[in-house]
Design a protein around this ligand. Structure first.
Ligand code: SF4
Length: 59
């Protein structure tokens, strides 16, 4: 699955990094960044579903 984050809409809440720390982290700018471009981890999907701003696409 490919992981994409829309950093324009990300509010840096940290939910994604807390649900799936192997795929997401909050960077120095206080926004989420993907640590990998692709993943098989189901938690990435969970993070996408839990993102309050719908900024994560996993497909
Ligand atoms: Fe940004 Fe969404 Fe992650 Fe929150 S859950 S840090 S809004 S990408």
């Amino acid at each position: 699955m490919k992981v994409t984050i829309d950093r324009d809409t990300c509010i840096g809440c940290g939910v994604c990094a807390s649900i799936c720390p192997d795929v997401f982290e909050i960077d120095d700018e206080g926004k989420a960044k993907a640590l990998v471009a692709e993943t098989d981890l189901e938690c990435a999907k969970e993070a996408a579903e839990s993102c309050p701003t719908g900024s994560i696409t996993v497909e």
